[in-house]
Ligand binder design. Structure first.
Ligand SMILES: C[S@@+](CC[C@H](N)C(=O)[O-])C[C@H]1O[C@@H](n2cnc3c(N)ncnc32)[C@H](O)[C@@H]1O
Length: 277
């Protein structure tokens, strides 16, 4: 990452300055969801690998917190139940849950899917190296694919973390979840918020444009990072989408161990628990 770009980002005082710096002049306004911001960033193998690298080191405690948030939801399920994750990316969340000793003893089935070939390859690499490879399966695809729909039809808990922002028609996506999930199944959705305070967004961005992994300095794409927030929902928008799809929804204020959040994780992200009645 060029020092000049980092310095320019450090000096940005509002969203329009950031979007101009990263995407050139565009009439983008974060009052509404910016669907013109790129949505296919994880089809790029380098971005997929760098996203994975973010969680290698810098975001280990952050992921551990999310695992702790989800673990009781899994342990409330009958042994042998299916836990699914849409947009599982590098698979770190699903594998961390599956490898937890308490969870592992209850012989759940874990299935994650993702349309990005590189994300699928990374998830398979992590699965092969994990202590619980036999209980976890990754698929390449989306909920429009029959094999994924078959998994959904036996799922007791569906996890979705930072995926809906990337899907243009998130309402249709959530309707498909409700159509294929069995009645009584549960939902955990966690997403970044478009209404994140600008300075908190900037701290998160700067934390990622320079990251050190095993002593090597790397840079996560600032365009990919910013697109996630430009395409994101606000809590009322996402709550409405989930409720209209037919889920009973409860808010679940998320924790965050990111230094850049300064213990105000709930301003940067939102989480909901859902029930398919
Ligand atoms: C920010 S990553 C999140 C990965 C993972 N859930 C996590 O928490 O680390 C977003 C992921 O959503 C995937 N994605 C994009 N469109 C999708 C779709 N229609 N269905 C499922 N996953 C999708 C991307 O390929 C990418 O791996």
């Amino acid at each position: 990452m060029s020092r000049r770009l980092v310095e320019t980002l450090q000096a940005c005082e509002d969203w329009s300055h950031v979007t101009r710096t990263l995407f050139g002049p565009r009439p983008w306004d974060v009052k509404t969801r910016v669907l013109d911001a790129p949505s296919n960033v994880f089809e790029d193998p380098v971005t997929a690998r760098l996203y994975d690298a973010l969680y290698e080191d810098q975001r280990v405690a952050f992921l551990a917190d999310i695992v702790e948030e989800v673990r009781p939801l899994i342990l409330a399920l009958a042994p042998g139940s299916t836990v699914a994750e849409i947009g599982a990316g590098p698979g770190r969340l699903l594998l961390a849950l599956a490898c937890n000793p308490q969870v592992r003893a209850r012989r759940y089935e874990f299935v994650g899917w993702d349309p990005s070939p590189e994300m699928f390859a990374i998830a398979e690499e992590h699965r092969a190296a994990s202590p619980a490879p036999e209980s976890v399966k990754f698929l390449q695809g989306t909920t429009t694919d029959r094999p994924v729909q078959v998994v959904l039809s036996r799922t007791s808990l569906l996890l979705s973390r930072n995926v809906l922002s990337w899907i243009d028609d998130a309402s249709m996506e959530c309707l498909r979840w409700r159509q294929h999930l069995p009645s009584g199944s549960r939902l955990y959705v966690r997403e970044v918020r478009r209404d994140i305070p600008f300075n908190q967004f900037k701290r998160r961005l700067l934390e990622c444009v320079r990251l050190v992994v095993r002593g090597v300095e790397l840079a996560y794409s600032p365009q990919a990072f910013a697109a996630a927030y430009l395409r994101a929902f606000t809590p009322p928008e996402l709550r409405g989408i989930l409720a209209r799809a037919g889920f009973e929804i409860r808010d679940r204020p998320p924790r965050s161990a990111l230094a850049s959040d300064q213990e105000r994780g709930e301003l940067a992200e939102m989480a909901f628990l859902g029930h398919a009645a």
